[in-house]
Design a protein around this ligand. Structure first.
Ligand SMILES: [Zn+2]
Length: 364
């Protein structure tokens, strides 16, 4: 019987305990993966410090890559891109597994379909305990979108795909074509800088990054932002400050990763005629936005919301990373070198260092 180390999360601000657990054989439709690398998403850090609530005990970590260790009976023979799957393949997988026949899945929203299972978010139960990135093994449930990695991309860069990059792929899908457009990206954290790179790669005319931190705006510049606007200093995000930062600009696509009500209101306020705003960052309780309906009507604005992503976004994310990983300094976003034994220090670094991501290497 194989055994796996697992870092168990018991509750907010309690230290993780590292335990050894038995690894069950994969059942019908399942794939056993040996995790190679996990990055700590902001939501993992927020769960750890009590800003969001998760079922406990659990194994956190959902930005994962690993190698197929064993295929269960009836496991998928091909991945989401139609490539064959075999033992030893390096794979990444979506944050969710849900019934593809459900009505929501068929509408392109599998991440909200009934019976949803989310990696790094499930309670440990008898016989159902390896479902997070902070362990040596993970069992991929039936109906999990899986993709075999076909390019030589560093593990700590690949790890970013199945939360940050895939979510930004979803945001761009909702935003529609950005080619030749001026795009505003508010919040230059992990998702924001990846969004800048995606918009630049998709042919945006200008990408304007907005944040309150100059260091983050500098990083956004390395990921394709043409202009950085410090909303805490440059008069805030207004039509005037935008015109000063980008003379002749016309923002018709705006993507919010900040989740800050004032920022989202201002973002909608600076949208040009026919513009679309995609809200992604507001994943915590907050006050209602004040929206001028007459302005929205007369300017033909669209406002859309996105939470997580679907299979199509996941494929687009892997394609994007394989295609562009040499074009932008993705590796610089991850503080590499942490281990599962050092998981408590890793979370401490994540919360206190200002690093975009903390990376945990599983290999022995
Ligand atoms: Zn995440």
């Amino acid at each position: 019987m194989r055994t796996s180390r697992a870092a168990i999360f018991h509750g907010p601000n309690q230290p993780f305990t590292l335990v050894s657990v038995d690894v069950p054989e994969p059942r019908e439709g399942e794939i056993l993966v040996r995790n190679a690398y996990t990055t700590l998403c902001r939501s993992d850090l927020n769960t750890f410090c009590g800003k969001r609530t998760e079922k406990t005990p659990t194994i956190l970590g959902h930005e994962i890559v690993g190698h197929i260790e064993e295929m269960g009976p009836g496991a998928p023979e091909t991945d989401c891109r139609g490539n064959p799957l075999a033992v030893g393949d390096l794979v990444t997988w979506a944050i969710y597994a849900s019934d593809p026949a459900a009505a929501l899945s068929r509408e392109g929203i599998p991440q909200k379909a009934p019976g949803l299972f989310k990696y790094g978010h499930e309670r440990i139960e008898p016989g159902n305990h390896l479902h997070g990135g902070l362990a040596d093994y993970c069992i991929l449930r039936r109906h999990t979108p899986v993709i075999r990695i076909t390019e030589a991309v560093p593990l700590h860069v690949l790890s970013l795909i199945n939360c940050s990059v895939a979510t930004m792929s979803g945001a761009l899908r909702l935003a529609g074509p950005v080619e030749g457009r001026d795009v505003l990206v508010t919040g230059a954290g992990m998702l924001g800088v990846i969004g800048c790179a995606m918009c630049r790669s998709a042919g945006a005319r200008h990408v304007i990054a907005v944040d309150v931190n100059d260091g983050r705006l500098d990083v956004a510049g390395k990921f394709g932002a043409s202009v950085g606007l410090n909303a805490a200093r440059d008069g805030g995000l207004t039509k005037e400050s935008l015109a000063a930062a980008l003379p002749g600009g016309n923002v018709t696509v705006a993507i919010d990763l900040s989740g800050v009500p004032e920022t989202m209101e201002r973002m909608i306020d600076v949208l040009g005629i026919g513009g679309i705003a995609v809200l992604v960052g507001a994943t915590h309780p907050q006050r209602a936005l004040a929206i001028d309906a007459e302005r929205l009507v007369r300017n033909l604005h669209t406002i859309r919301g996105l939470h997580n992503y679907n299979d199509r976004d996941f494929v687009a994310a892997v394609d994007f990373m394989e295609r562009t990983h040499r074009d932008y300094p993705f590796a610089d976003l991850v503080e590499d070198g942490h281990t599962l034994e050092g998981v408590n220090e890793a979370f401490d670094r994540g919360l206190n260092s200002g690093a975009f991501r903390i990376g945990i290497r599983m290999s022995d």
